[in-house]
Design a protein around this ligand. Structure first.
Ligand code: FAD
Length: 362
């Protein structure tokens, strides 16, 4: 077997590590000069969205020999709407670094790899596929998938983000649902130390949002974050992303070509999490290649998770600020809080099953 992995990100590296575990070496191509050669940002993995795995880091380590050291663990998640505030607490998940940061998850994965990565190799599927028996497409970009098969885009997202300095409790994260500055989207502050955090504003590029001026929304977002966190934190560096495609493909494998990570559709549409899904699709593709499983069957629960998440998004994005206030307020109800944070079952799955018939009619 001659295996190529295009892209040394979370999905590609998880695939490579799993192949190595079972004695197979892949040729790994990375277009950048080193792993994670992009802006630094904190991301999160919330165990509550990955039922039945109450601790995703432990699960990846014990079940798949992929060992990650998160930056912080999240014990409290604040939820802010225009006029309400509530929070979830307990062991909710982890933050981790991405990009150039020396402890970024992609660097941690690369450090566990025995084989080499070929850097500065911006390869195309068309150019290399004939040389290999198996190709794993892991470029993190839906547009690469679209060159090979249809990719159903649920929506394109606009991001504006910043590294900020202030006084934080690194075990507490903050989310904001307010259509005034995050129309049908959200903003969040993810601390990665007691003095540094990532602030991100993300919203879908629906036609009704196209006329909005991103910088104006960003200013409103900053004002609200200053107010809610009761401090004037300092913006250190900024980034901006447009046309980030969130969607999924129908066919996860075509012949011996495997679509993993974002190339498959790893991002869950409701909150935009995709790290765990990316790693799992990489691991599952490797299982299939070494003859230990069927990729299409293994990823079915992830696929279902994507659709549940999309159903919930389509419902919540119809909410105006008044309804978002009500939803936020309802989180203060102990029963609702324990339902949402339960590790015994997936609240998202249950809610989506309840909503789905209604959603289909509307
Ligand atoms: C601003 C932002 C915030 C996010 N926050 C979160 C979060 O908090 N939690 C969460 O779970 N998810 C989050 N996500 C989503 C998550 O980051 C992605 O789902 C995940 O990184 C996708 O992994 P991947 O392996 O598919 O792609 P990547 O990790 O992006 O890796 C792709 C790699 O392929 C390389 N490459 C691309 N093209 C080529 C080519 N032609 N040849 C060779 N190499 C190539 C790239 O350089 C890159 O190294 C966020 C995404 C964004 C944009």
């Amino acid at each position: 077997m001659k295996i190529a992995i295009i892209g040394a990100g979370l999905a590609g590296l998880s695939c490579a590590l799993t192949l190595e575990k079972y004695g197979y070496q892949a040729d790994i191509f990375e277009r950048r000069a080193m792993v994670g050669d992009r802006f630094v940002i904190a991301e999160a993995m919330f165990s509550i969205f990955h039922s039945p795995f109450p601790d995703v880091v432990k699960y990846l380590s014990e079940s798949h020999d992929i060992h990650l050291k998160p930056t912080t663990n999240i014990q409290k998640l604040h939820i802010y709407s225009e006029n309400e505030h509530s929070f979830l607490d307990g062991h909710l998940g982890f933050t981790n670094m991405r990009g150039k940061h020396q402890e970024s998850y992609e660097k941690q994965l690369a450090n566990q790899l025995k084989g080499e990565i070929q850097f500065n190799k911006n390869v195309s599927y068309k150019d290399i596929s004939k040389e290999y028996t198996h190709v794993v497409l892991a470029t993190g970009d839906a547009l690469d998938t679209k060159k090979i098969q249809p990719y159903n885009v649920a929506f394109k997202a606009t991001f504006k983000g910043a590294a900020i300095e202030g006084n934080f409790n690194q075990t507490e994260a903050y989310t904001f649902y307010n259509n005034h500055f995050a129309p049908k989207g959200m903003a969040y502050v993810l601390p990665y130390s007691d003095s540094e955090a990532s602030l991100v504003l993300v919203y879908p590029q629906y036609p009704e949002n196209e006329m909005l001026v991103k910088e104006e929304l960003w200013e409103k977002c900053l004002t609200e974050c200053h107010r809610r966190l009761d401090q004037d934190f300092k913006v250190i560096s900024e980034f901006s992303i447009k046309d980030y495609r969130i969607g999924k493909i129908q066919t996860p494998r075509i012949g011996n070509t495997f679509f993993v990570g974002n190339c498959w559709g790893a991002i869950t549409p409701l909150f935009g999490f995709g790290q765990f899904e990316s790693m799992m699709t990489g691991i599952y593709a490797a299982y299939d290649i070494v003859g230990m499983g069927d990729y299409e069957k293994l990823i079915q629960p992830l696929s279902k998770g994507y659709h549940d998440s999309l159903t919930l998004r389509r419902t919540i994005e119809k909410f105006d600020n008044k309804k978002l206030d009500l939803l936020t307020k309802s989180m203060r109800n102990e029963l609702i809080e324990s339902f949402v944070t339960s590790k015994k079952f997936s609240a998202m799955k249950i809610l989506s099953n309840i909503i789905h018939p209604y959603f289909r009619k509307s």
